[in-house]
Design a protein around this ligand. Sequence first.
Ligand code: UD1
Ligand code: MG
Length: 467
Amino acid sequence: MKNIINKKNISAIILAAGEGKRMKSKTSKVLCELLFEPMISWVSRSLQKLGCSNSEICIVCPDDNDSKDLIVLATNNKFCYATQKQRLGTAHAVKQAIDFIKNSKNDNILIMLGDAPLVSENILKDFYDYHLSENNSLTILSSEIKNPFGYGRILRDPNNSKNILKIVEELDCNQDQKLISEINSGVMCFKKQALLIALDKINNNNIKNEYYITSAVDILKAENQKIGAYNCQDEKVVLGANTRFELLKMNEIARLEVIKNLAENGIEFISTEGVVISPSVKIGAGSVIYPGVILKDFCEIGENCVITSNSFISKSSIGSGSIIKSSYIDNSKIGENVKIGPFSNIRPNCDIKSGVKIGDFVEIKNSNIDQNTSVAHLTYIGDSDVGQKVNFGCGCVTVNYNGLEKHRTIIGNDCFIGCNTNLIAPVKLGDGVYTAAGSTITDDIPDGAMSIARSRQINKTNWKLKK
Ligand code: UD1
Ligand code: MG
């Protein structure tokens, strides 16, 4: 991943111990997904792209149920983790990472909210540059929004607008303050020493009796430290998801943003209708994505591919020039110039090499299919290793399961598998093997042999007349 800041002097704390009752989720809110990826992953990815190394990111997790374990799992246990046993406010949450802060070798600590996933690395970079150039002890990422209800309002000094006087939380606002449209996004950057001073002194003297991280402004002001706010024009920085409907609206924003970025990089969309692509997906220039395509979980699609409607592809790579028509592909590797579908199901652990053709109503599972093989219609291939230039007739089945255990089918190069052949595994076909249509093959076939395994046809003449 390319870092956008070279000076690696920043650590980050993500607050993720909130309840999220309104999400009606059994686990932590930050695990709710935006474009198939947990919100916490969006936040940590932006930080990584900014240049934070994994050991410089600390997530403050809730203590209830198995939420912390699930957050650790969702983030591959690659960051630092702290636990907040009681929810006593945002400053209390930050304080749970006190050892992380003290041990940090960096001069600046960024505070992020785990439920505000749309703060991009570019926004963070501009914000952080501002923090450094102003030499602030604390910089707040703010934005002006039409409906500031519920947010902390930024009070600027009327005589010097650069000077921040206070952040007033909704419940503590008077009538005039309620009209202020510039609000605190929740993202803040502290000099490490300033954060330690603030955390030591913040109290809970407010209507909610919570320890507010926003009170750091009052404390640092009293210490004559420099405080600023970076007013970001992009309202996305304040978008948090408290309900499923808010999450849905964020999905829509994020969805179009991903599509826009891809379009700018040379990917063609006929319409954005029903197209859902996770930000972890990579697509090469010249590829065409039809309406109703879903691509998720780190898929890598090559250049000049065509993926038509109702395809659903996850955890897979697709080589350049391949055409996927209305098919499912999961956890598999597809080579270059492969044709799949319409209506095929490529189940996990398939390695399908270049030039292979897989037609309609074909299911392939845990199998390797070598170059230029053709599986044109109505076929099941499971637990198999298939060579190059093999032709499967219609309706072939590798019979991989005997009710107790699974076995492999091995097929050499240049074979011709007749229509409706059953290959009862374990079984091995050499190179250049032919099977007669309708055969049920139970024994290995040597190179170059033709195998017929069906009963001979008997024609009972005049049968109808006699009957
Ligand atoms: C907070 C800010 C407010 C800002 C708003 C932006 C404070 C006091 N107020 O208000 O100025 O405009 O965010 O959305 O900071 N959390 C914990 N432990 C806690 C409490 C909260 O981990 O004990 C986490 C939550 O998971 C959430 C974040 O901190 O991600 C913010 O908490 P929340 O209760 O949503 O604060 P707001 O009232 O929205
Ligand atoms: Mg909130």
